[in-house]
Design a protein around this ligand. Sequence first.
Ligand code: IMP
Length: 176
Amino acid sequence: MPQTSTLSILISTEQIRARTAEMARQIEADLAGEPVLLLGVLNGAVHFLSDLSREINSDSLLDFLQTSSYHGGKSSSGVVQIRKDLDINIEGKNVIIVEDIVDTGITLSHLRELLSTRKPKSLKVAALLSKKGSRKVHPEVEYIGFEIPNEFVVGYGLDYEDRFRNLPYIAILHEE
Ligand code: IMP
């Protein structure tokens, strides 16, 4: 029998918009007028990076990198690979890694370690979502949009087997 899936909205479009604006104000205040380089982690952070970057009223650059550890499924393989590296040299820059979600923390911990070897002036992380209860490692996350329960979520960039990224809200995916 084919598996059916249902969605229940966890965070609405309006809640995402309002929280993103608050995060942008906090980031601007911390930058104190200095420029920033926003690094989006593809593909999941694409909508969040797009909205966050347009809310931040500071001189900013954008670049992207892509990692892979989920291989399209619901749990991390624990091995992080860089599929696409940055184009911009981050040495001496204020860098913010922009993530969709921090779950086990493995991806972010790997990224923080890798990028800090490239000598940025500062290195911080802005994650729209965090599942605090499922961390296996504990990288610092300076800006968190929402702490969520340990459920598999989709929408606003987050996928399950490449589906649901286009939803304008965050929903819990239930499978029957
Ligand atoms: P971590 O390495 O376990 O912290 O996972 C980070 C990456 O796993 C995120 O950038 C997402 O791409 C993916 N991920 C973790 N939890 C979820 C989820 O609930 N839905 C969709 N993707 C997720």
